[in-house]
Design a protein around this ligand. Sequence first.
Ligand SMILES: [Fe+2]
Ligand SMILES: [Fe+2]
Length: 214
Amino acid sequence: MTQLDEITIGLYRINTAMGGGFSFNQFLILDEKNTLVHTGSAPQFSSILEKLSEVINPSDLSYIFVSHFESDECGALGEFLKLNPAITVLASAVTARQLSGFGMPAKVETVKPGESLSLGQRELRFISYPSEMHLWEGVLAYESKDKVLFSSDLFVVRGSEGGPIHKIGAAEALTINPRSIPADEARQKCEDEIKALDISLVAVGHGPVLDLTP
Ligand SMILES: [Fe+2]
Ligand SMILES: [Fe+2]
């Protein structure tokens, strides 16, 4: 089942529950440049599109942010591009190479850790993310107006009984499980960088959004 929740003004979560407490999220940021964070997989496309269309017309999407190359993060990209070929994909150089290698006809704007991009009222800042499958460099995004970290597959949360938002302490929330980044040095670097941010909400790729506000 796919559901839509407004997390904060102009930020929506589309969530598809898979059973067993596991779920997939996409996030929609409304701004001058409407941005979708991840596409979901191709089989989920029609239900994701239905929920997205309750908020905006897909032809009004400017960006799709892809943190790393995997089916739940970008598997439905081709479907979105069929509806709106003008969409620009924001991704790391490694992800851009994968998209090109798989013949994806996407206009990709390569983003690097440390760079920022204005969406209008909001701005995304990109953070290095050593992601599966070979700890290739992906990117996370931090939105500084509402202090939202789009954390992709870091901090996977199971269960959705408590609703779309879970309150949790920052220290507990922002500790990276070694299974997420098995290389000690890379994990510590990523965690240090994340803990240095002023974060109110963690928009995780799987599970309820984490609310770190006291
Ligand atoms: Fe992933
Ligand atoms: Fe994921």
